[in-house]
Design a binder for this molecule. Structure first.
Ligand SMILES: *[C@@H]1O[C@H](CO)[C@@H](O)[C@H](O)[C@H]1NC(C)=O
Length: 434
């Protein structure tokens, strides 16, 4: 602020000094000869000089005016920002504003951020990513490693320049409430995600990122899917992510003959997902200490927004070892079918997934289907009906139905957060079984 006021002051000083100089020059000019024509010439030149001089002074005044206007505007916005930051008690942002969703190009670079810790089997994840990746310029791979595990670090380093290897620097334990001691792992995961995403968006300044964990294997059309759905995410503010995962993607439950099917879901699936930089701007200041994915599913974060997800998953998890897996993996995750047929999504029209169009057709399909009771569905006796509808009324009845039909009921047997996956599945999502 001081600088701006100085500039204005200098402008005025310069203006006055210039005029003084001109006056001085004119006054002290030696009187020329008595030659008439020379005198006329001199007068004309003086008049021209004066004209040029006037122009110059006008410019100078203009500049002074411009600077002072700028300065006042600047003062006003600073005051406003100060006021706002006091009101919201948030620290004033020093970072330059990132491009908003509408300014992101549909051809933006989409880095793949691989979250790794101590599983050297990350090799399987990286091999598949590298194998199916159509372009290293469009999809650079960044492996972020936490946990300081030597063997895993060596595996990652063995890929050389094919990937970028970054390491979360803070390996210390995180102080947690005593009853959360066994959840230390979840705290470290949340810390790692926060650090890694901030590297991607703040440090490397990407406008979007695909997040993958070290125990995920991707399908042949994983990149094709994200590339095709990306413009949709940019165009539809009621979407906040693209996910490669179907929570109900068990082999017997998906329509494997239609791997091109995509849906909207109210439930944040994670497990191979794409977010935009503006979502990170929104989430970073309030990023939770632990259980980040369940936190994402709370209404305060989701704010009514949906994700796109495929009928047949484009990722599958192979990691039995992990903070939340184990028994859960054996019971559920290992039955998720990974798509094996390449679907040319980029050649297809995906506009049916935009909110208005989608709700019109999808809700008509759900409520146009005949209603059955769960018991009627169990023995597969009414197969001839094709798509049918099962109607639930309460959270408990949904859980009972889901259990009977083998779909998702809870996020994990070890999950310490009372919110379950089932509780936030939308009625439209849960109601249709084919
Ligand atoms: C590392 O993390 C711990 C626990 O969250 C924190 O207390 C400490 O300040 C961090 N250290 C650095 C250098 O950021």
């Amino acid at each position: 602020m001081l600088k701006k006021s100085n500039l204005v002051l200098w402008g005025v000083v310069l203006f006055v000094a210039w005029n003084a100089l001109i006056l001085f020059f004119l006054w002290t000019r030696p009187q020329s000869s008595s030659d008439h024509s020379r005198l006329t010439e001199e007068v004309i030149r003086l008049a021209q000089d004066a004209e040029v001089e006037l122009e110059r002074q006008k410019d100078l005044l203009h500049q002074i005016y411009r600077y002072s206007a700028l300065w006042n505007r600047r003062k006003a916005t600073e005051a406003k920002r100060l006021h706002l930051s006091v009101a919201s008690s948030a620290p004033p942002s020093t970072a330059a504003p990132l491009p908003r969703r509408s300014q992101i190009s549909p051809d933006a670079v989409l880095p793949v951020l691989v979250i790794a810790c101590d599983r050297s089997t990350v090799r399987r994840c990286l091999d598949k990513l590298l194998h199916y990746r159509p372009s290293k310029e469009r999809f650079p791979i960044i492996v972020s490693q936490d946990c300081g595990h030597e063997e895993t670090a060596r595996v990652i380093a063995s890929y050389g320049d094919a990937i970028m290897h970054i390491k979360q620097p803070n390996l210390s334990d995180i102080p947690v409430p005593t009853d959360h001691r066994k959840f230390q792992g979840y705290y470290k995961i949340a810390r790692h995600y926060r650090w890694a995403l901030s590297q991607v968006f703040r440090n490397f300044k990407y406008q979007a990122a695909i997040v993958v964990e070290d125990d995920l294997e991707v399908a042949p059309d994983f990149f094709e899917y994200f590339q095709a759905a990306f413009p949709l995410l940019l165009a539809d503010p009621t979407l906040w992510c693209l996910s490669a995962w179907n929570d109900n993607g068990k082999e017997q439950m998906v329509d494997a003959n239609h791997p091109e099917l995509l849906y909207r879901t109210d439930f944040f699936p994670g497990l191979g997902w794409l977010l935009l930089s503006d979502l990170w701007d929104e989430l970073e200041p309030k990023w939770p200490k632990a259980f980040w994915d369940d936190w994402m599913r709370h209404p305060e974060q989701r704010q009514g927004r949906s994700c796109i997800r495929p009928e047949v998953s484009r990722t599958m998890t192979f990691g039995r070892k992990g903070v939340s897996h184990g028994q859960f993996f054996d019971q559920y995750l290992k039955f998720i079918k990974l798509n094996d047929r390449f679907v040319p999504f980029t050649q297809m029209d995906l506009s049916y997934l935009k909110k208005d169009e989608y709700e019109r057709s999808f809700l008509a399909q759900v409520y146009g289907a005949p209603e059955l009771r769960v018991e009627e569905l169990q023995g597969n006796q009414r197969r001839e009906l094709g798509t049918v509808r099962v109607q639930y009324t309460t959270r408990d009845s949904f859980k009972a139905f889901a259990k009977a039909l083998g779909s998702w009921t809870t996020s994990s047997p070890e999950c310490p957060v009372p919110a379950t996956r089932a509780s936030s599945v939308s009625s439209s999502e849960a109601a249709a079984f084919t």
